[in-house]
Design a protein around this ligand. Structure first.
Ligand code: ADP
Ligand code: MG
Length: 238
């Protein structure tokens, strides 16, 4: 655990739950239902990684791999303004990459092994890591093949995190009614994809209004409990 650095989420409560923020040299998975805040956290971290260390960042750039088309530059602008940063500069420091299928997603990550060290990248986001794999290998009959491909992809991301001492953040959407998706454990609530990969798993769920609740799962080195945060126009806050 040498040289591990942390990126603030924007919420002190969530940072405390994570032991100070999102760590480098590891994969952090945010999983939860639609609207639980996964994509907003990914946007916020892509801005926050650019902050200087004294403000909780790594003075670095971000790669945002978008598989669902839910990335919005306007959110980056609003979050940059919320931190008193120059929006144009913050946007210049985010490398947006759209992944059109699972093979494309894997090849984008392959290319990052040369791209990351050349471009001062300290954070790679994959939002979401699972959607293409689920769409291309549907149902129980393809579960083993999908899981094998997904595990290889996660392994590739883990090597990337370790090789360049960067943070990797992935998201995974799970269903409200796991019983409806019988036979597919990765879509069930609690069915995080990192089961066989080292990393930090964070479950998100909706609360009242703009409140969200985060819980760290299966992390013996982190305190038990939950963190409450809010999603505002300016981004993630306490
Ligand atoms: P997920 O990726 O988990 O499906 P999102 O991260 O996209 O969920 O979260 C969507 C939620 O974020 C919205 O329901 C809304 O509550 C909040 N949100 C999105 N944009 C804004 C905004 N501009 N101002 C305030 N809240 C916002
Ligand atoms: Mg999303």
């Amino acid at each position: 655990r040498l040289n591990i650095k942390k990126i603030t989420t924007g919420s002190k409560s969530l940072d405390d739950l994570l032991g100070g923020g999102i760590e480098t040299k590891t994969i952090t998975e945010f999983y939860g239902e639609y609207g639980s805040g996964k994509t907003q956290i990914c946007h916020q971290l892509s801005v926050n990684v650019q902050l200087p260390p004294e403000r909780g960042g790594l003075s670095g750039k971000a790669v945002y791999v978008d598989t669902e088309g839910t990335f919005r530059w306007e959110r980056i602008e609003a979050m940059a303004r919320g931190l008193g940063l120059e929006p144009d500069q913050v946007m210049d420091n985010i490398f947006y990459m759209r992944a059109y299928n699972s093979d494309h997603q894997v090849s984008i990550i392959d290319d990052l092994f040369t791209f990351v060290p050349k471009n001062d990248v300290r954070l790679v986001v994959v939002d979401s890591v699972t959607s293409h794999f689920r769409a291309e290998f549907p149902g129980r009959e393809h579960l083993a093949e999908r899981q094998q491909k997904l595990n290889a992809h996660l392994h590739q991301l883990m090597r990337l995190a370790e090789a360049f001492n960067i943070a990797v953040v992935v998201t995974n959407q799970v269903m409200a009614r796991p019983d409806v998706f019988y036979g597919d454990p990765t879509t069930a609530v609690g069915g995080h994809v990192l089961a066989h990969t080292p990393g930090v798993r964070v479950q998100l769920r909706r609360s009242k209004g703009n409140k969200r609740i985060a819980r760290v799962v299966d992390a013996p080195h982190l305190p038990e409990g939950e963190a409450v945060f809010v999603i505002t126009e300016e981004g993630i806050r306490d």
